[in-house]
Structure formats: structure tokens, C-alpha cells
Design a protein around this ligand. Structure first.
Ligand code: ADP
Ligand code: F6P
Length: 325
């Protein structure tokens, strides 16, 4: 491993998440404060391979803490899956003398960072940036709080119209492999059912529950479904067939959940994590993902951060069942 980190690169990779800009700002300003040179790598690993790398100054990150998206842009980069691609990327870093990296992204991005650090001996620090909250070793991921609040606001609005018309709504929220957005937004909006990929959906139980509610004239129902469980349209097709009397509508919230001004919570954790990333590089705590556990900074080796997911609490699932009657 190289000795002293003097020039660092920061990039955002994979799906964007609100708060990524706050994290970039923290990395740039903490780096400069500590006398490091800081470079922004554009479009994730694509910019690393194509040498799209720009010097960053304190002013480069002015007025971005409140903005969604990412000023560095983000991408998914096929070439980086191959050793040849990573070799090209490393050659570009070497030319500029970059000897430390901060990667803001999800588990895929960390997998790439882990490979790069193993093959080319370059220290990498991961910051969990994903609206899905599906990374172990942290209580929070940058973007989740904003995304879930966006979902809550939208579902509240849908409930108004559902209530006015006595309708059943199936609302699909994001989460390819994880049901956190569905679970949190569903509980917070009083959803009658929440379908998540971590738990096999019992369709019979769902249908029987709806029929029973219909018997006692409870016609307004909100079913929140994570995209990774099954599509909202699929669920709607089953319900339309099995509960034909229900006036059923579907709403897919989609990418609205990925944008917008980050919440206070996301700005705060992004700032703390960005600061900690640079401190770690300076102190020689390499190849870890920075998380926050019990309100303290927590360091997980990159190879472990990519393997495990957070666990859905059984208590929370029980709460859904009891409260949504
Ligand atoms: P996220 O980081 O949000 O999980 P992806 O899974 O799409 O997003 O990963 C982002 C990028 O990280 C990929 O496009 C690729 O460039 C890189 N990456 C992901 N997995 C690997 C891997 N196994 N080896 C090398 N690079 C990877
Ligand atoms: O990883 C975040 C996420 O929003 C997932 O929940 C979703 O399935 C995916 O990204 C969609 O990504 P894209 O539209 O960029 O392919």
C-alpha cells in the first residue's frame, strides 16, 4: 500500500441519491483543509477510464449542499468490470498522482473499488450513497431519508383521492432488492399492506384480508409494493381478478424518489461521512466503507460491505400487521 495520501479523487457511481453533493462538498473541503489536492472524477468509473478528471477547489463545491443529483454526474460502466478497464483507469490516476479515492455509491460501486484497491494497491474509501438503504455496516445511507420522505408525501396525496372515491390503490416504490422504502413509507402512511422482496408475499392472505375488509365496508386500501417484490401491475391484475368489486388503481412513483433537495438528515450524514472519509485516508484506515451506527462513525472493510445487506426487523413487520387493520 502506498504510504502517504497527498492527492485524492472523488467520484459518484451507480444510481444517484440526494445528498451525494453534500458528500462531495465535505470530501473536497476536508481534503483542502488538510492540504490535500482534490480531483473530481466525472461519471463514475467511466470518467476514470476516459481520463475525465478535473481539479476541485473550495469554490467548486459552493452552493451545492442543497441540490439533488450529483455535480460529478454518475454512470454505470461496463468496462470497469474487466481488468483491462481498471488498468486503464489506474494509469490515468497514476498520471495525475492521485493516490487515494473516495467512492460514493452502492454495493456495486464498492465491489469495483475493492477490486481496484486489490489489483493496484490504491487506498479506497466507500461512502454509502443509495436511496435503497441496502448496505450493511451503517444505520443510514445517503439519500434514503429524502427518498422515503418523497414517497410519504406522494402516498399521503394518493390517500386523499383514494378516500374521496373509496378506492384501492397499489403504489409501487423503488427498491430493486430491498424493501426499506416500502416498509418505512408504508408504516408512515398507514398503508394497509406492504409487500417487500425480503418476505414472500402470501397472495391468499392478501386477497382474503381485502375480502374481509370489504365485508366490513372498509373500501379504502393502500398497498405499498417495492419494485423488487413484483410489479404493482402484477399485484393489480391479481386483485382485479380475485376482488373484482374493488375500484383498483395503480401508481408507480418511480424516479421522482431519486431527485429533489436532500433532507436535513441526508445533508448531515453526507457531511459527516465525507469528512470521515478524508480523515480515514490521512490516518491510513484504508479500504473501508464509512457508516454511522448508533450515531458513531463505523468502519466496515469494503469486501464485507459488499456482501451483507441490512436485515428487516421482524418487529417492524409485526407493527404493520397490527396497525393496518
Ligand atoms: P450501485 O453502486 O448503485 O450498486 P451498480 O451495481 O450499477 O450500482 O455499480 C456501479 C458500477 O460499479 C458498475 O457500473 C461498474 O462500473 C462498477 N462495478 C459494479 N460491480 C462491479 C464488479 N463486480 N467489478 C468491477 N466493477 C463493478
Ligand atoms: O439503486 C437505487 C435504485 O433506485 C433502485 O431502487 C432501482 O431499481 C434502480 O436504482 C433503478 O435504477 P436506474 O433507473 O438508474 O436503472
Amino acid at each position: 500500500m502506498e504510504n502517504k495520501v497527498t492527492k485524492i479523487g472523488v467520484l459518484t457511481s451507480g444510481g444517484d441519491a440526494p445528498g451525494m453533493n453534500a458528500a462531495i462538498r465535505a470530501v473536497v473541503r476536508t481534503g483542502i483543509y488538510n492540504g490535500l489536492e482534490v480531483f473530481g472524477i466525472m461519471r463514475g468509473y467511466s470518467g476514470m477510464i476516459e481520463n475525465d478528471i478535473v481539479p476541485m477547489h473550495s469554490r467548486s463545491v459552493a452552493n451545492i449542499i442543497q441540490r439533488g443529483g450529483t455535480i460529478l454526474k454518475t454512470a454505470r460502466c461496463k468496462e470497469f468490470f474487466e481488468h483491462e478497464g481498471r488498468k486503464k483507469a489506474h494509469a490515468n490516476l497514476k498520471k495525475l498522482g492521485i493516490n487515494g479515492l473516495v467512492i460514493i455509491g452502492g454495493d456495486g460501486s464498492f465491489r469495483g473499488a475493492h477490486k481496484l484497491s486489490q489489483e493496484f494497491d490504491i487506498p479506497c474509501i466507500g461512502l454509502p450513497g443509495t436511496i435503497d438503504k441496502d448496505i450493511a455496516g451503517t444505520d443510514f445511507t445517503i439519500g434514503f431519508d429524502t427518498a422515503v420522505n418523497t414517497a410519504v408525501e406522494a402516498i399521503d396525496k394518493i390517500r386523499d383521492t383514494a378516500d374521496a372515491h373509496d378506492r384501492l390503490f397499489i403504489i409501487e416504490v423503488m427498491g430493486r432488492d430491498a424493501g426499506y422504502i416500502a416498509l418505512h413509507s408504508g408504516i408512515a402512511t398507514g398503508a394497509e399492506n406492504i409487500l417487500i422482496p425480503e418476505r414472500k408475499t402470501d397472495i391468499e392472505e392478501l386477497v382474503n384480508g381485502l375480502l374481509e375488509k370489504e365485508r366490513r365496508k372498509k373500501l379504502v386500501n393502500i398497498i405499498v409494493v417495492a419494485e423488487g417484490d413484483r410489479g404493482a401491475e402484477d399485484v393489480a391484475a391479481i386483485i382485479k381478478e380475485r376482488v373484482p368489486s374493488a375500484d383498483t388503481r395503480v401508481c408507480v412513483l418511480g424516479h421522482i424518489q431519486r431527485g429533489g433537495a436532500p433532507s436535513c438528515m441526508d445533508r448531515l450524514i453526507a457531511s459527516r461521512m465525507g469528512y470521515s472519509a478524508v480523515e480515514s485516508l490521512i490516518e491510513g484506515r484504508y479500504n473501508v466503507m464509512i457508516g454511522i451506527v448508533n450515531n458513531k462513525m463505523h468502519y466496515t472493510p469494503l469486501e464485507k460491505a459488499v456482501k451483507a445487506k441490512q436485515k428487516i426487523s421482524e418487529d417492524w413487520l409485526k407493527i404493520v400487521k397490527i396497525l393496518a387493520s
